[in-house]
Design a protein around this ligand. Structure first.
Ligand SMILES: [Zn+2]
Length: 283
């Protein structure tokens, strides 16, 4: 069943688990995610980035996501990840996404609020719920100094002001994770998560969570993290499985034979994450 992101995340918040949000780019990834969710009886977020939409096309991704969501026997939300283009956000809403992210975090606070507010107004009018980002989640750069790290982390008081002003449904926060592959072990700022949660009622979202140790995630979830984004770990699993298969079967030309094992491997990676997040048996 297809649900809004908010419906999924409020249940997670109430019952202190996190919903996995996994990036989709093609049919095999959608199937891997849905099969994992059904096998574990877990709610799940299918999310597409602007890159994913550019690769597959909004209509393809929307059709795959809606079909998968409607046919699934677990709650599924279809979400736009890191939307920065107002027109594309509207396009996703029109094509049946049930959740969108407006990422205006690169702008100063008041501008971020203005952009976010605009998206919240039109999304809510269409029954779609909204994620925004406050603070800056760094990229693959891992050797940044502590001062720089602090400068980009989410401020708890600003978070409250931001949520009050924008009426956003869930908030992505910068608390020590980064997008891409980590060079060292990521250190999460648990006190900051706790402080933000004390000031903000909206469910909190953790980006860049591939490569974050399971123990760190398990510690962060009860502090208020309700949605955890995973992309890199799925990519790595996919690439590894395809490489291994072709090494063992260099003459194989059937895409189904080549991609089948990768779909299965991605499903296992996703199931491992769902168990860490505690979303199994929560559908
Ligand atoms: Zn992200």
């Amino acid at each position: 069943m297809l649900k809004t992101g908010k419906e999924l995340l409020l249940d997670a918040q109430k019952n202190r688990y996190a919903v996995g949000a996994f990036n989709v780019n093609n049919m095999e990834i959608v199937q891997a995610i849905i099969n994992a969710a059904e096998e574990l009886n877990s709610p799940v977020v299918l999310q597409a980035s602007q890159g994913g939409l550019g690769y597959a096309g909004v209509e393809y991704i929307a059709s795959l996501g809606k079909l998968a969501g409607r046919n699934a026997n677990v709650p599924v939300a279809l979400h736009l990840d890191h939307g920065t283009d107002f027109k594309q956000i509207v396009q996703c809403i029109r094509h049946g996404f049930t959740s969108v992210m407006i990422d205006a975090s690169k702008y100063p606070l008041e501008e971020n609020i203005a952009y976010t507010k605009k998206v919240v107004e039109i999304a809510h009018a269409a029954g779609v719920t909204v994620e925004a980002e406050l603070g800056k989640i760094s990229g693959t750069e891992d050797d940044i100094s502590v001062d720089e790290r602090d400068a980009t982390f989410t401020d708890p008081d600003e978070a409250r002001y931001f949520v009050d002003e924008t009426d956003v449904d869930y908030l992505a926060i910068a608390v020590g994770t980064a997008h891409g592959v980590y060079k060292g072990e990521p250190k999460l700022d648990y006190d900051r998560i706790k402080a933000i949660r004390q000031k903000v009622d909206a469910p909190l979202v953790l980006h860049g969570s591939s490569g974050v140790p399971a123990e760190s995630l398990k510690k962060a979830i009860p502090l208020g993290i309700c949605k955890i984004n995973i992309d890199t770990d799925i990519r790595a699993t996919f690439a590894q499985a395809v490489k291994e298969y072709l090494e063992d079967n260099p003459d194989q030309i059937d895409p189904r034979k080549i991609l089948g094992p990768a779909t299965e491997a991605m499903k296992r990676t996703i199931m491992d994450k769902m168990k860490i997040f505690g979303s199994n048996n929560r559908a």
